[in-house]
Ligand binder design. Structure first.
Ligand code: HEC
Ligand code: HEC
Length: 286
C-alpha cells in the first residue's frame, strides 16, 4: 500500500512511498546521461527505419540494399576484367598461351566457368563420370585434343542439335537386328583382343571379320579410334560405358552416342576460349 513520500534522513533522497515491514524504497532516478543516450537510440532506430530497408515491404528512402550493393560490385568487377576479356576475344587462341599474364587470367577464368557449367557432367576438375561423360584430364580424345578441336567441341557440342554440331551415330547393331547375338558376342571378343584381354581366340577370330565390315570406319582398323567420326579408341584403358565383355556387348547392341550441349549461345566467345585453354591444360592437351 503506497504511503506518503518523504525525504530519507540518511541519504537525503526522496522515497517512492512503497514500504515493506518498515523498509522504505528510495526514489533514485537514472543518471541523466543514461536517459539521453537511451532517447538517442530511439531516434536512431526510427531514422534507420525510414532510411534503410527494415521491414520486408519497406525499401527505405536511402535506396540502399545488399542486392544493389552486390550488383554494383559485380558491375565494377566486369568493368575491371573487360579489357582482358576483350584482348582474349580478339586474339587467336594459339597466341593466348604466349603471354603469361593472359594465360594465367584465362586459366583462372576457365576454371571458374568449368566449375559452373561443366563439372556436373565432366566431374570436378574434369575427372569424368560413368555413363559416357568423358574424362578431360587424360590424353584420350574422342574428337581430338588440340586447341582448335577442343574449342570446336565446346562451341558447338556433340549431337547437340546445333547446326554446326559434331555428330555421328553408332548403329544399334543388336536392337535393329543388324548383327545376331552370336556375332555381337564374337565382335565383343575381338574388341577385348584389341587390348590383349580376350580369352577365346576362336571367337575373337570370328569377330575380326565382323569388325572389319562394321566397325573400322569409326573405330579404326587397329581400334585406335577415329576423331573424324567421334569413334573412341577401343584399345586404351579409358572406357565410357565399361570395359568388360558384357558392357562391350551392350554398347554394340544399343549403339552409343553421348550428348554434349553446344555452348555458343550460352557463353561468350572469350569464356569459351578460356574454357578451351583450361581443358587443354588439364593434362592431355595436344
Ligand atoms: C550435359 C552434360 C554435359 C555438360 C554440361 C558438358 N559436357 Fe562436355 N561432354 C559431354 C558428353 C556426353 C561428351 C561426350 C560426347 C561424345 O560422346 O562424343 C562430352 C564431350 C566433351 C569434350 C570432348 C572430349 C573428347 O574426348 O573429345 C569436351 C572437350 C567437353 N565435353 C568439354 C566440356 C566443357 C568445357 C563443358 C562446360 C562448358 C562441358 N563439356 C559441359 C557432356 C557434357
Ligand atoms: C558410325 C560410327 C560407328 C560405328 C560404325 C561403330 N561405332 Fe562404336 N561407337 C561410335 C561412337 C561415336 C561411340 C561413342 C559414343 C559416345 O561417345 O557416347 C562408340 C562407342 C563404342 C563403344 C563404347 C566404348 C566405350 O568407351 O565404352 C564400343 C565398345 C563400340 N563403340 C564398339 C563398336 C563395335 C564393336 C562396332 C562394330 C560392330 C562399332 N562400335 C561400330 C561410333 C561407331
Amino acid at each position: 500500500m503506497p504511503t506518503k513520500t518523504e525525504k530519507d534522513a540518511v541519504t537525503g533522497t526522496m522515497t517512492t512511498g512503497h514500504e515493506w515491514d518498515g523498509i522504505k524504497e528510495l526514489n533514485t532516478p537514472l543518471p541523466k546521461w543514461w536517459i539521453y543516450v537511451f532517447y538517442a537510440t530511439i531516434v536512431w532506430a526510427a531514422a534507420y527505419y525510414v532510411f534503410y530497408p527494415s521491414l520486408p515491404w519497406v525499401r527505405g528512402i536511402a535506396g540502399w540494399s545488399q542486392r544493389g550493393e552486390l550488383a554494383e560490385k559485380l558491375a565494377a568487377e566486369r568493368e575491371r576484367v573487360r579489357p582482358m576479356l576483350e584482348r582474349i576475344r580478339a586474339m587467336p587462341i594459339a597466341d593466348l598461351q604466349r603471354s603469361a599474364e593472359l594465360r594465367d587470367f584465362a586459366f583462372a577464368g576457365g576454371r571458374a566457368a568449368f566449375a559452373d557449367n561443366c563439372a556436373p557432367c565432366h566431374g570436378a576438375g574434369g575427372a569424368g563420370a560413368k555413363g559416357g561423360f568423358p574424362a578431360l584430364v587424360d590424353d584420350e580424345w574422342i574428337w581430338g585434343g588440340d586447341l582448335a578441336a577442343i574449342q570446336r567441341t565446346i562451341t558447338y557440342g556433340v549431337r547437340s542439335g546445333h547446326a554446326e554440331t559434331r555428330t555421328s551415330q553408332m548403329p544399334r547393331f543388336g536392337a535393329d537386328a543388324l548383327l545376331t547375338p552370336a556375332q555381337i558376342s564374337d565382335v565383343a571378343e575381338h574388341v577385348l583382343s584389341l587390348s590383349g584381354r580376350s580369352t577365346n581366340a576362336a571367337a575373337a577370330g570370328r569377330g575380326k571379320a565382323t569388325y572389319a565390315d562394321q566397325c573400322v570406319a569409326c573405330h579404326g582398323d587397329t581400334g585406335r579410334g577415329n576423331p573424324e567420326q567421334g569413334g573412341p579408341s577401343l584399345v586404351d584403358q579409358v572406357w565410357l560405358y565399361g570395359s568388360d565383355k558384357a558392357s562391350i556387348e551392350r554398347s554394340v547392341y544399343l549403339g552409343r552416342g553421348g550428348v554434349m550441349p553446344a555452348w555458343t549461345e550460352r557463353l561468350d566467345e572469350a569464356t569459351i576460349k578460356m574454357l578451351t585453354l583450361y581443358v587443354h591444360s588439364l593434362g592431355g592437351g595436344r
